[in-house]
Design a protein around this ligand. Sequence first.
Ligand code: XUL
Ligand code: CO
Length: 437
Amino acid sequence: MKQFYPDIPKITFEGSKTENPLAFRYYNPEETVAGKTMREHLRFAMSYWHTMVAEGTDMFGVGTVSKDYGADDPMQQAKNKAYAAFELMDKLNIDYYCFHDRDVAPEGATLAESNQRLDEITDLMLELQTKYNKKVLWGTANLFSNPRYRHGAGTACSADVFAFAAAQIKKAIELTVKLGGEGYVFWGGREGYETLLNTDMKLERENLARLMRMAVDYARSIGFTGDFYVEPKPKEPTKHQYDFDAATVISFLQEFGLDKDFKLNIEANHATLAGHTFQHELRLARETGFFGSVDANQGDLLLGWDTDQFPTDVYDATWCMYEILKVGGFTKGGLNFDAKTRRASSTFEDIFISYIAGMDTFALGLKLADKIISDGRLDQFVKERYASYQEGIGKKIRDGAVSMDELEKYALAKGEVETGTGRQEYLEAMINSLMFG
Ligand code: XUL
Ligand code: CO
């Protein structure tokens, strides 16, 4: 069979000393860490849109790498893209992938034609999944690229657009089920506004919730047993998105009675765009029971947009894996590399090197997080910092067994209080010594 990456060998683990750029330094899939293999912990996924489709265009220039896979006809391109995708996953030892409907098959002149094309291509994808033993982490619908969605999809001012979006989601869910997908994502690409001057925010938010409710009910009715996720992002492409950050999404889900149906897909670069750290979003998701999946990438803190870089920041990966270990690991979610090579990194080899870098970074993060947790000093420190809530008045506060009167009496009798030092720098130095030994 024709190879699309003939110069790239199968990538194997060679250890941290290797100088081979096409080898893993830290990701050793069958190595056990904290009771599970790295493969089981990390559940890496390839993002079809960046890896198989995006050609490096930006606002100032055209693509720098061709993704036509040697064909002119759009359907032949889509087929070749599928062959290339599975060759890439196979060579990188990646078990999962994520896709939008429009990534895998070109949109047709009508919805019916688009759907027919999707049927044809997903037949091939299913065949390739079996051949290469690959799985879908999650599917989704692209409700933001076509001009019809310029006012949003579920939050559009036009009911016809709402209906079109619903039809597209229905089909994307059916395809996710057909391909055995373990999840389905709602990312509100244009579900927000540019100006409140022309916006009925109440109706838009209610409609978005209606669409999500209908999507869940439909999916369950056709036997989808996977997870639904919302992927928070504060802005871009719209000025304000309704799925702003984890806290906003959680309250939205609760407001509309969707909190039992959805979890969160936390993306690193979206967290920083919202003014949070990646870990903050993960921590909130973990502690509220909404943790689901992760879009692993990183932004550039000097830039105000979503650069979707491959993750190489070991601190961020470590704190991400710390939260994931603390929540007990992924169930149906995983680490999807929603990441693209820089525009100037314009060869297919760069794509492989980028995935290797990302996978190694998270493998290292997993090992370091395990080290921090096993060491125990950090957890112990936090526990002791809140020790006053374990007994006496603190325990009564936690138990809801104390009144304002009683607290006043207590404070009056106590006099000035002593709260001790936070020792942040001690902790930072301790973590560095754990990480760098
Ligand atoms: C955009 C983004 C999307 C979602 C899926 O910022 O992250 O690619 O992950 O629609
Ligand atoms: Co994403």
